[in-house]
Structures are given as structure tokens and as C-alpha cells.
Design a protein around this ligand. Structure first.
Ligand SMILES: [Zn+2]
Length: 472
């Protein structure tokens, strides 16, 4: 495996930062090769909902923990009844203080579907190219899942006994609305096993600029709610040789087109205010000035238009709704009897699903189009508060590793398993220590990738951070 000189130099720095680790194997100082193997094994275990197997991934990670010395009673592969391929793993490293509450490292191991024919490289093979790892899940979120497993192995190997118990949960079903969600299942069926003062999971990454320079380390302050709505039109249909204006497809596409042209109003909350305030001096120029203006006056159209050029910023400012799937018609020579579109909305914190539904009915503006909610994914959760106890260790490790890079709370346009753990009474924080490119690393899209250096640095960051929390 070829690595650049810059990367090797960085690895030396990482090794010296984590200098409490013994050089157990001279050939693999810091266990980096073993970590890469764990990451590779997770990625090369297909965990898509269609043909993948999360249970297999869980079993493979359990085998690694067992080989590292974890007894059977501290490992549990759980398989929800009726979902043989959608299982997960629970593991425990016992703390010394029985009265201190545990901390939970949570990761989903399922991934978004990926078609080989669409990708440049095989999505289920870990490929290193030009300083990047390419694969489905390389970023979302098998890097962090592998880091959690690696943490558990290294802590045990070092004979590290934390004050608080450290728990690991690997789950399935995060990426597909409507699938059985492993984190939610655990809150209902194994609440005691995942009980913790707080949990850490994905959410917000560090941000790199186009030159790969670190801009800021994001942490999740609040996240949007993902909600699907279905637009549907039904019609008696008929023979396509005698078309009439009242056509199910035409009704539907006009309504969908109106969604494409509608922009939800800008909303400000602590999370996006703190983000734009924190980023304004870093970004500078016209964009930085626009951030300052929008925080003061969300109705300043010119400043909003500047920020809207960036899809991330656009999404952070408001609820968004977008057409994601279409199906219509039953024969090439028949007038369509049914036309249906899925509209995926990312709802701004504090706004209800029902409010957005009512707004979509107004936007569709056609009584022939019915709007419905196909499934609801748990309650809308209030975000966990970013207290000094949470922020302090993040800032400390970030200062050691990335001096001068600010820690910025963010509103996350996506949604994570925090939406299930927060209402279950386990405050959940999105912090990865992984720096990703300005394009987001193509997560959920084609050719998902993450810088190799980012993964190794994130590993070092999370290794130290969890230790600091566990000794609090
Ligand atoms: Zn994810």
C-alpha cells in the first residue's frame, strides 16, 4: 500500500500524541494496520438493506473483540425477531466506579444502496487512491464504526480501566426510512444495556476547504428531522389513443415542479446562528459578510442569496423538500391510473411534520394531488445541550491536534440516530473528528470518499476524546 510522505509524517505525529500506547507489534506500531483491516472488513461486508447483512458485520466485529480478550458475557450480537440480517452488536468495557454512569459509542453499520455499474470503482471494496479511501460507507459511517471497535480493542490491550463503563453499540437501519432502526429497537428492547450519561455518534464532521486545509471542527448542536411525504394522483385512465387533459402524470409533475420552485423561509435558531457567527471571520469576503448580515437580519434577500449558493448553507437556513422518487403508469399504451412521487423533507428544528404537510398541500395547489405521510420515524427530539462538560474535552483534544482550528457547533441538515436516543433519555452528541471535503465526501452518492489522513486523525481524536470522557 502506497502512502505519501506527508501522510507518513502525520502518522508519526499521531503516534506521538497517543504516546501512552505500547509498541506491541513492531511491524504495526499504534495498531494502524489492524485498524485499517477492521475498516476494510466493515466496508467489504455489504450492509445495504437490499442484499446486505448487518448481522454478519456485527458478528465479525464481535469476533475481533473476542480475539482482543473480551469475554462472551461482555459481547452480545442482537438480532431483532423477524429481521435476521438487521442485527447489531453490544459490547462493554467495565469502569472502575460503579456509581459513575457509562458512556456509549454508537455507530450504524448499514449503508445506502450503491450500484456497481454507476460507480467508477467497486463500492464494496476499500480502494485507496490519490490520498482517499473510496467505498460505500467509507465516510458514512464505517470509518467511525471502525474507530469505535478499534478503541475498544486498544483500551483493553493497554489494560486501560476507565472510571466509567464504556459501551459500544453497532446498529443497522439508520439509512433507510421505514427500515427497522437498530438504535430505536435498542431503546425499546435493551434500554438498560445502552443506558449511559450520554452517547457519541456521527453528525457533523470537520470541514476542509478546496485546498484540503482545515477550516473548522464541527460538532452537532441540533439536527433536522427527515420526513417523507407522498404526492399521489389517481385517475380512471383509458386508452392512450384518446388522451384527455385530466392526466395523473400531468397533475403530479406540475405539483412536483411547484415544489422545485418553492423556497421555505429562512429560520434562525441557536445552532445555525452559532455556526454562521463562528464561520463568518473564517470564510471572510462577500460570503463572510453575508453570514454576519443574515444572522442579524434573516430577511435580507441579497445576503441570503449569497449563502444559498452553497447547498450546505442553503439547507442550514430553512426546511427543505425535494422530490426523490417517482413512479407512474402501468402500460406504455394506457393513460396512467396512478402517479406517485416521494418528497423528502428535512424539517427545521421546532417545526412539526403537520405544519410542513399543510404547506406542501398549499404548494401542490391541486385538489387532484393527495399528500400523505407514509411513515413516521419516532418523536421529534429536542437536541442535547452542549455543556462545558461535553465541549471541554472536545476543545482540549482539538487544540492538541489542530491548533488554531475552531470548534463550531452546527445545525446538521441530515438526521442521525440521535433522534431516537435523545427522546429515550440518552443525550446524544454528533462528533466525529473526521475532516471531510467541502463537497461532503459524496456521502449517499456516487464514489463516496474520505481522505486517508482524515480517517487516521479522526481515529486518534476519538481515541483520546472517549478516554477523557470516560475518566470524568
Ligand atoms: Zn450515517
Amino acid at each position: 500500500m502506497a502512502r505519501s510522505g506527508i501522510l507518513l509524517a502525520t502518522m508519526v505525529v499521531i503516534a506521538s500524541l497517543a504516546n501512552s500506547e505500547p509498541a506491541s507489534a513492531a511491524a504495526d506500531p499504534d495498531g494502524l494496520q489492524r485498524f485499517r483491516d477492521i475498516y476494510k472488513e466493515l466496508i467489504e461486508t455489504n450492509t445495504t438493506l437490499s442484499v446486505g447483512d448487518c448481522t454478519l458485520a456485527a458478528k465479525r466485529m464481535a469476533a475481533r473483540l473476542k480475539a482482543a480478550g473480551y469475554p462472551d458475557e461482555d459481547l452480545r450480537v442482537f438480532v431483532p425477531e423477524g429481521y435476521p440480517r438487521e442485527g447489531g452488536l453490544l459490547a462493554v468495557l467495565h469502569g472502575s466506579d460503579a456509581t459513575a454512569k457509562a458512556i456509549l459509542m454508537l455507530a450504524h453499520v448499514d449503508v445506502v444502496e450503491a450500484k456497481r455499474e454507476d460507480w467508477t470503482r467497486d463500492p464494496f471494496t476499500l480502494i485507496e487512491e490519490d490520498g482517499y479511501f473510496y467505498a460505500r460507507g467509507a465516510s458514512d459511517m464505517k470509518a467511525q464504526a471502525a474507530i469505535w471497535v478499534d478503541n475498544m480493542i486498544r483500551y483493553r490491550e493497554q489494560g486501560y480501566q476507565p472510571k466509567r463503563t464504556i459501551k459500544l453499540a453497532l446498529t443497522c437501519g439508520e439509512e433507510t426510512n421505514g427500515a427497522l432502526n437498530g438504535a430505536e429497537w435498542l431503546t425499546r428492547n435493551a434500554r438498560a444495556d445502552i443506558d449511559a450519561e450520554f452517547a457519541l455518534t456521527e453528525g457533523v464532521d470537520g470541514e476542509l476547504d478546496a485546498q484540503g486545509k482545515r477550516v473548522a471542527l464541527g460538532i452537532l448542536a441540533a439536527e433536522k428531522t427527515s420526513q417523507n411525504y407522498v404526492f399521489e394522483v389517481t385517475n380512471p385512465g383509458g386508452h392512450s389513443s384518446r388522451p384527455v387533459p385530466d392526466n395523473a402524470i400531468y397533475h403530479l409533475v406540475r405539483a412536483v415542479d411547484r415544489v422545485s420552485r418553492y423556497e421555505f423561509p429562512v429560520q434562525l435558531a441557536d445552532a445555525n446562528r452559532s455556526y454562521f457567527s463562528g464561520m463568518a471571520p473564517l470564510v471572510g469576503g462577500e460570503k463572510g459578510a453575508a453570514m454576519v448580515t443574515v444572522v442579524k437580519d434573516s430577511k435580507n434577500g441579497a445576503a441570503v442569496a449569497v449563502l444559498d449558493q452553497d447547498p450546505n448553507w442553503h439547507a442550514m437556513l430553512r426546511t427543505t423538500c425535494v422530490a426523490t422518487m417517482l413512479s407512474a403508469g402501468h402500460a406504455t399504451n394506457a393513460l396512467p391510473q396512478r402517479a406517485r412521487a416521494n418528497i423528502n423533507c428535512r424539517i427545521f428544528p421546532g417545526v412539526s411534520r403537520e405544519e410542513i404537510m399543510a404547506q406542501l398541500v398549499r404548494i401542490a395547489d391541486d385538489p387532484a394531488v393527495t399528500v400523505s405521510i407514509p411513515e413516521v420515524r419516532g418523536p421529534v427530539a429536542a437536541p442535547a445541550p452542549l455543556t462545558p462538560r461535553i465541549l471541554g474535552p472536545i476543545e482540549k483534544v482539538a487544540r492538541q491536534m489542530w491548533l488554531g482550528v475552531p470548534v463550531v457547533p452546527m445545525l446538521e441538515p441530515g438526521a442521525s440516530d440521535a433522534q431516537f436516543l435523545n427522546p429515550a433519555g440518552i443525550p446524544t452528541y454528533g462528533i466525529t473528528g473526521l475532516f471531510t471535503d467541502a463537497d461532503g465526501g459524496h456521502i449517499h452518492g456516487l464514489n463516496e470518499r474520505i481522505r486517508i489522513k482524515s480517517v487516521y486523525e479522526g481515529r486518534s481524536f476519538l481515541f483520546q476524546l472517549v478516554k477523557l470522557y470516560a475518566d470524568q
